[in-house]
Design a protein around this ligand. Structure first.
Ligand code: F6R
Length: 248
């Protein structure tokens, strides 16, 4: 797997933001849409900040951009403080000229019996647009990508999943206690992610060093879903030197 190690997450984030901006501009020149798969959490925050800056200062337009977020907690109201809708609005969408109709984030308000059809339609929308041009990913300490926790199948699609205990503990600060973190989420599957033409998995800080080592150098295993990325020809791991510190 190609691994790019940067001295710090700032430099790495600028490089990834530039790749996204180049993709958007390249598509614009051809009169095409850029279809982006987006992640939430701490990892992509500086990328979004740089994209906002490029929009504000350098005229980068998001008019031809369509986005699909990886996941959302379930249940979750979109206007809640902890929703991924709120996260994306605050970090990116409120500050750029994207068409709201082009933004897709899994709906945390569905009734249980609606979820199956909704997830199929989410996949079909991506396919109908020609597939994801680029998917950006963080990695959880369980080895999850999206919310594909240990046990997820490599060909899994968008679906309702149960969050791992460690994932809920890691989210507890945002929710003021683990007991307030939803037990479920709707996530794109590993199969969904795999279909993207380019995948960039990012990891920063020492906290991620152990799981990054497993993801990059470990045996393929559903116990560490990120190991499946080793099978992709389109993936790149981008990390800071702390996250890379255990790699041989
Ligand atoms: C978020 C997502 C998750 C996070 C992962 C890392 O949309 O799908 O897989 O990328 O939990 O989270 P942070 O970046 O907060 O360390």
């Amino acid at each position: 797997v190609p691994v790019s190690v940067y001295s710090d997450s700032n430099t790495a984030s600028l490089a990834v933001a530039k790749r996204i901006a180049d993709l958007i501009r390249g598509k614009q020149e051809k009169g095409e849409q850029a279809v982006l798969g987006l992640a939430t959490g701490a990892t992509p925050v500086k990328i979004y900040a740089e994209l906002v800056r490029l929009h504000r200062d350098e005229g980068l337009s998001f008019k031809n951009v369509v986005t699909f977020n990886l996941d959302e907690y379930y249940p979750m109201q979109p206007d809640s403080e902890q929703s991924y809708v709120t996260f994306m609005n605050r970090n990116l969408f409120d500050h750029v000229d994207i068409e709201r109709a082009n933004v897709h984030i899994p709906d945390g308000t569905l009734a249980m019996e609606q979820i199956h059809d909704y997830c199929l339609a989410y996949e079909q929308k991506i396919t109908a647009l020609g597939g994801l041009d680029l998917q950006i990913l963080g990695i959880g300490r369980t080895g999850h990508i999206g919310f594909n926790e240990p046990g997820s199948a490599p060909n899994s699609g968008t679906r309702l999943v149960t969050l791992d205990d460690l994932t809920r503990r890691d989210a507890s600060r945002d929710f003021g206690g683990k007991e307030n973190v939803p037990t479920k989420a709707i996530t794109m599957g590993i199969g969904t992610i795999f279909k993207a033409r380019e995948i960039i998995l990012m990891a920063w800080t020492q906290k991620k060093a152990e799981i990054v080592k497993k993801a990059v150098e470990g045996e393929l295993s559903s116990e560490v879903p990120a190991t499946y990325l080793q099978l992709s020809d389109s993936v790149e791991f981008v990390m800071d030197s702390d996250a890379a510190s255990l790699l041989t």
